[in-house]
Structure formats: structure tokens, C-alpha cells
Design a protein around this ligand. Structure first.
Ligand code: NAP
Length: 320
């Protein structure tokens, strides 16, 4: 048993170490999973530095999502089998093995790429929920988003295309424009494009950046449109001119997946994860992997994940 454990909050080099904690035997209704892969998401970096909205009590194994195979089962788990590939819903996936309640795993469709499945639990439902829960989008409606090259951004592009919505995408780097158009984006512009002069008229804006980027997107909304903030990559606050509220009656909302898990009935979550698992298995949703690292090189992996200009996600290869 090997695990990345947090012993406090701050700089990863000072608070995160690879340890060998005890691994409990699976009790009734529990399964043991041999973990295969887990991504490093921005929220994981925020947990380590102690700035995330919900923090574990150290010492704690972290890692918000991951995938593995069931290798042992307690009594009373008729619907799962040894060898099943599953994604795990609870944090604590940066480890070689874990024991979890059977109710906290998602069985995956046959043939799914485990590395893609490792990224099922956080970004695809975030994209799905934001496209469904705020505005009743009709086929052909426009959605505008920033950080369009992010994991969430790519899921939004691919899901919107699948569902018949159109996307206007804002990126930091012009070199990504062709790649995102090929992925299914309808339009891609860079952050320095003034969307006030662009004639864009979207129903929904998805903001993962904040600051000037969010204001620029608010200017691309139609009257009555909604801007949903779900990330703050620039760490700059929102500045909203009074006129956007008075003359356009825009709505400004927020989204947090942890809260979505609390308010969404389990059957509905299950339905959405079945849908998203199938979309990953059939290639509708695919997020590139920039690099993968063994758990022993966690600090190199974290540095790579924190750097900008990546070609995709940084993954931990948990059996290497
Ligand atoms: N609220 C929720 O429940 C929820 C759920 C999932 C994710 N999130 C948030 O969503 C955001 C994206 O997550 P992810 O996993 O998709 O991220 P990711 O794949 O790691 O990508 C991060 C993206 O942010 C862009 N970026 C970084 N700094 C920026 C800046 N100053 N201005 C504009 N863009 C910048 C990067 O651009 P380059 O590609 O050019 O480097 C990259 O595309 C994060 O803030 C994350 O915490 C929130």
C-alpha cells in the first residue's frame, strides 16, 4: 500500500509525502480496489495549499477522482465482480489500493480506456450539469465559455456538440484554435477579442477564469442570459458594471460539483454517470493526457500540473 498523504496545508514539498498507511480489509458492502490512474485537477492543488471550499483533516490521502479494478469484496455486493473496472466517487484516490463502500463506485462500460475513465467523476458531470441546470438551452443556442482548452472546457465543447448547442470558446493561446474547432467548437477566439464588438448573443456563459475575461463574456450574453462561475483560474474577482444588470437583466450564478452531489438524487446521478461513461467509451468525450507519472514522482507531477500551457491533463499512474 502506497499513498500520497497530506500532513498539513501549504507547499506540496513540505506537506505531502508518499506513505504506507494501513489498508483496511473490505467489510460488508465494501470493496477493495487496485487503483490504476488518477488525474491532478486544479482542485487537488487548491486542497494541498488549503484554499479549497472543503478540506480533509490531515493526515489524509487526497486525490479527487480515479479509476481502478475490484480485487476483493466484502459480503453483500451482488452487483459487482472481482476484476470490474470502476471509478471512485470519494476523494482519496492517490494511492495504490483503497477500500470503499460499494455504493461509492461507478461500474464502467466494457472497452472504456481506463485513463479516460479516470477523468469521469469531476469534469464531465460539471460540464453536463452546467449545460442543463441553469438555462433551458434549445438546439442551435449559443454557449460562451473561457478556459475552453481546460478539461471542463473540452467536455463542454464535446457535450454541446453532441446535444446540438453551439459554442463560442475563449482561449489564452491562439495555437489552440484549429484543434478546438476540430474537436467540435463552433467558434474559438483568444482572450484579447472584445466580445462587445463581436455581435455574439449567447444564452449561457461558463466562467472558469474571473476578472476581465468574465466581464468580456458577460458582454457576449443576450438580454436575460446567465453567467455561471465555476472556477477562478486568474484569481481575479468579478467586476460587473451596473448597466449589465439594469439594461440586460443578466443573472450571475455559481456552480460547485460537491454541492451538486448533495442536491442531486442518487438515481439521477447514476443516470448521468451511465450516460457520461458511455460517451467516454464511444469517444464522444475525450480529454488529452499531457504526461503521466508514478506516485513516487508526485512532486514532479504536481509541478507539471501547476504549469500553464499543458497539452492536457497530468495523470498519476498508480501501479507504476
Ligand atoms: N466548481 C466546480 O465544481 C468545478 C468542477 C471542475 C472544475 N472546476 C474548475 O474549473 C477550472 C478548470 O478545471 P480543469 O480541470 O478543467 O482545468 P485544467 O484542465 O487543468 O485546465 C486549466 C485551464 O485554465 C487555463 N488558464 C490557466 N490560467 C488562466 C488565466 N489566468 N486566464 C485564462 N485561462 C487560464 C489554462 O489555459 P492553457 O490551456 O492555455 O494553459 C487551462 O486551459 C478550474 O478552476 C477548476 O477548479 C470547478
Amino acid at each position: 500500500m502506497k499513498a500520497a498523504r497530506l500532513h498539513g496545508f501549504g507547499k506540496a514539498a513540505e506537506v505531502l509525502s508518499i506513505d504506507s498507511p494501513d489498508l483496511p480489509e473490505p467489510a460488508e458492502n465494501e470493496v477493495r480496489i487496485e487503483m490504476l490512474a488518477s488525474p491532478i485537477n486544479p482542485a487537488d492543488l487548491n486542497v494541498i495549499e488549503g484554499t479549497y471550499g472543503q478540506l480533509p483533516t490531515p493526515p489524509a490521502i487526497i486525490g479527487n477522482e480515479g479509476v481502478g479494478r475490484i480485487v476483493r469484496m466484502g459480503a453483500g455486493v451482488p452487483e459487482l465482480r472481482i476484476g470490474d473496472l470502476v471509478a471512485v466517487l470519494d476523494p482519496g484516490s492517490w494511492c495504490s489500493h483503497r477500500t470503499v463502500p460499494a455504493a461509492r463506485v461507478i461500474p464502467l462500460p466494457p472497452g472504456i480506456d481506463p485513463r479516460q475513465a479516470a477523468m469521469l467523476v469531476v469534469n464531465p458531470p460539471t460540464a453536463y450539469a452546467m449545460l442543463h441546470d441553469f438555462v433551458s438551452l434549445q438546439p442551435g443556442d449559443w454557449v460562451v465559455q473561457n478556459a475552453a482548452n481546460s478539461g471542463v472546457g473540452r467536455c463542454v465543447i464535446q457535450l454541446a456538440r453532441h446535444l446540438g448547442f453551439r459554442t463560442l470558446n475563449v482561449v489564452l493561446r491562439a495555437e489552440l484554435i484549429d484543434e478546438l474547432l476540430k474537436l467540435g467548437a463552433d467558434r474559438v477566439v483568444t482572450e484579447d477579442t472584445d466580445l462587445r464588438k463581436d455581435g455574439a448573443s449567447a444564452q449561457l456563459a461558463l466562467n472558469a477564469v474571473g476578472g476581465a475575461s468574465a466581464l468580456n463574456m458577460a458582454n457576449a450574453l443576450a438580454a436575460g442570459g446567465t453567467l455561471v462561475t465555476y472556477g477562478a483560474m486568474s484569481r481575479q474577482p468579478l467586476k460587473i458594471p451596473n448597466g449589465l444588470l439594469i439594461f440586460k437583466n443578466l443573472a450571475f450564478r455559481g456552480f460547485w460539483l460537491r454541492q451538486w452531489f448533495e442536491v442531486t438524487p442518487p438515481d439521477e446521478q447514476n443516470r448521468i454517470f451511465q450516460f457520461l461513461g458511455k460517451r467516454i467509451a464511444d469517444g464522444t468525450i475525450r480529454v488529452p493526457v499531457h504526461a503521466s507519472y508514478p506516485l513516487d514522482r508526485i512532486h514532479e507531477a504536481l509541478a507539471a500540473a501547476a504549469a500553464g500551457g499543458r497539452d492536457g491533463k497530468v495523470l498519476l499512474d498508480l501501479q507504476a
